[in-house]
Design a protein around this ligand. Structure first.
Ligand code: ADP
Ligand code: MG
Length: 627
């Protein structure tokens, strides 16, 4: 490699580096003595370690070296590396279910066997197929078939009973043979199969079996009054079985058996109280009161000083765990941890969510959607360790490194390079762990706030609500639009439009809900349809970012009035999202706010605003040292 061209001797090479919770971004520029700036490149890498800790050095060095290499420059040419003074905010997430559905006796089977047989609703007394031969004609019977029975034998025995006048109105099978059985019945009835624990189905009890037509879900057994009508329940009994209806919602087939002592309980788990301190007051709120009540309480205590959970409860555990994690990573310079008690939780975002959980005592792996509350907590520590990172970068790069400015102000500086933006301007930095707002007034006064909850929480909500069990898959669902692969040569996008392809899709995506990544369709492992996945995705984004955008902007807006704002620029990784900017802009439009995605330097999109702001601030300061 030849020696790179040197700048005219007077221009200085400057690198702005923004260390975020998720991403470390850099902006490389040459600054002339008159303060004019020539941008030479930008880059980003994953943040190493927790933001604001010495572990950040590795990522900072990587991105600086990378952006230099791509511009054909050497580290020893660098005049100054500028780091952001990160407000030491760290976010933690915790989620706790607040309801639990338990079946103490076998009273309910509800699931989605891939191929149930027949269709319709039938009510009868449960009788084992082994006893069918001795069953007197007359009353309707639901035939229960253990695993060892062959479908031919099942059909033969049922047909024989029916011929004798026994009214077999439905069947429940352990095996996967519903269609094979139904096809062989003289009189087809609804058949539910794949019931893992069929031996636990109580015999001699009244049971209702419902199978929906293909593409439909059951209607009667998933409705409280439907159950009441089928079993002749009084209002008190109806209340008791309503969790059954809820747990059966959305299924293709279901069986409900009325057992005298049977019990399905919808237990509320005592989660405990949040103890919130701020504005000279202390308030307590039960977590199972839900997100809205929690957020309303928090709004009355601004600014928050600290948050605790009632000791010995779930929420106590949740917050203690957040605090401990943060204490572990916030080591002092001498290596000793900051005591958890010294760590104040300065903001909490509560979000109502639900978690699909296997019903305790279920017979076929039934899933109930349990209510849950997710909390994002943000900690502000007493000290920033960024100077230490600067020292280490300096030493290892062989170039001067210093703290170049405070994050919020720098973000505004970078945002102002977006075409069409002017002061007064507010920025919303939609990051991974926190949502940050900053306001720059016409007179150049800047205020900044950080609120808990951002992209990571969205990913976590998507992951748990869809029971994906895989953060990367959830991240894919968040980033990319959905589609349904309808044939080997065409798919239907989530907006309903159809697209045709020349090459066939790989078989593993056929008839699947997929995310459309740049590398092609990737199947989403979920039992839910496209619309459900889309709804979950959009709700997660809006419950985190729309709520936080309003919360954060209120805190910087003059008189806490959103109407006082003119321009809002969206920054950060989550501003790259294909729908979050729209969701926020829709919410802000009624306040007369111009809201859009930042385009730093007119080319960089919503990222590298802070890094660019650092360079601009440095250039401005060096051209007029007195100012
Ligand atoms: P930080 O400043 O906290 O380091 P970033 O600005 O890097 O955070 O934002 C990180 C968040 O942005 C992550 O939650 C990530 O999922 C999200 N993100 C990044 N790119 C995209 C994209 N193209 N679409 C949606 N979300 C994205
Ligand atoms: Mg950031």
């Amino acid at each position: 490699m030849g020696a790179p061209d040197r700048d005219p001797s007077s221009a200085r090479l400057v690198v702005g580096v923004d260390i975020g919770n998720s991403t470390t971004e850099a902006c490389l520029a040459a600054v002339a003595p008159d303060g004019s700036v020539t941008y030479l490149g930008a880059g980003l890498t994953r943040t190493t370690g927790v933001k604001g800790t010495p572990d950040n050095t590795a990522g900072a060095l990587r991105v600086v070296r990378d952006v230099l290499a791509r511009a054909g420059r050497r580290p020893d040419e660098v005049h100054t590396v500028l780091l952001n003074e990160a407000t030491p905010v760290i976010s933690g997430l915790a989620m706790e279910t607040i309801t639990e559905t338990i079946i103490t006796e076998s009273t309910m089977i509800g699931h989605n066997p891939t191929t149930p047989g027949g269709q319709g609703l039938a009510v009868g007394t449960t009788v084992s197929i082994a006893d069918l031969a001795g069953q007197p004609p007359g009353d309707p019977v639901v035939c229960v078939v253990p695993a060892e029975w062959d479908f031919d034998d099942v059909a033969r025995v049922v047909n024989a009973a029916v011929a004798r006048g026994v009214a077999v109105v439905a069947a429940v099978l352990a095996g996967d043979d519903a269609v094979l059985v139904t096809n062989r019945l003289d009189r087809p009835v609804p058949v539910v199969d794949e019931v893992r624990a069929v031996e636990k189905v109580p015999l001699g009890m009244l049971a209702a079996v419902e199978v929906a037509a293909p593409g439909r879900t059951i209607r009667t057994l998933s409705d409280s009054y439907g159950l009441a009508s089928v079993f002749g329940l009084d209002p008190e009994q109806t209340r008791a079985v309503s969790p059954v209806a809820r747990a059966l919602t959305g299924n293709r087939s279901a069986v409900v058996v009325r057992t005298p002592s049977g019990d399905v309980t919808d237990r509320r788990i005592p989660v405990g109280e949040l103890v919130l301190r701020g504005a000279g007051k202390e308030l307590r709120i039960d977590v199972d009161a839900g997100a809205e009540a929690i957020m309303a309480t928090i709004a009355r205590l601004q600014p928050l000083d600290d948050v605790h959970g009632e000791p010995g409860t779930h929420v106590g555990g949740m917050l203690a765990q957040v605090r401990d994690t943060m204490a572990d990573v916030l080591h002092d310079a001498d290596g000793s941890a900051q005591p958890p008690a010294e760590i104040a939780i300065r903001d909490v975002l509560a979000v109502d969510t639900f978690v699909p959980a296997e019903v305790r005592g279920g017979l076929a792996g039934e899933i109930a959607l349990e209510n849950a509350v997710a909390l994002a907590a943000m900690v502000r520590t007493s000290r920033s360790r960024m100077q230490l990172v600067a020292d280490q970068v300096s030493e290892q790069l062989g170039a001067w490194a210093e703290i170049g400015g405070v994050e919020g102000e720098m973000a505004v500086g970078g945002a102002l390079t977006t075409p069409g933006v002017d002061r007064p301007v507010a920025v919303l930095d939609l990051g991974g762990g926190s949502t940050d707002a900053a306001l720059l007034t016409r007179d150049g006064v800047c205020t900044a706030v950080h609120v808990a909850g951002a992209g990571e929480l969205v990913t976590k909500l998507i992951d748990s609500e869809l029971a994906l069990g895989d953060r990367e898959v959830a991240e894919g669902v968040k980033w990319h639009p959905l589609a349904k692969v309808e044939s080997f040569f065409h798919l239907r996008h989530e907006d309903g439009t159809v697209q045709f392809f020349d090459q066939p899709f790989p078989p593993q995506v056929f008839a699947r809900v997929v995310v459309l990544t740049p590398d092609g369709p990737v199947p989403v492992e979920t039992r839910h349809g496209l619309d459900h996945v889309r709804r979950v995705r959009r709700a997660a984004k809006s419950r985190v970012f729309v709520v936080n955008a309003v919360r954060a902007l209120r805190q910087v807006a003059p008189g806490a009035d959103l109407r006082a704002l003119d321009f809002v620029v969206l920054l950060g990784g989550s501003a790259l999202d294909f729908e979050i900017p729209e969701l926020i802009a829709d919410e802000l439009a009624p306040y007369g706010i111009v809201c859009g995605t930042g385009n730093v330097l007119g080319t960089q999109g919503p990222r590298t605003a802070v890094a660019t702001g650092l360079v601009r601030a440095h250039a401005a300061a060096s051209s007029c040292p007195a100012g």
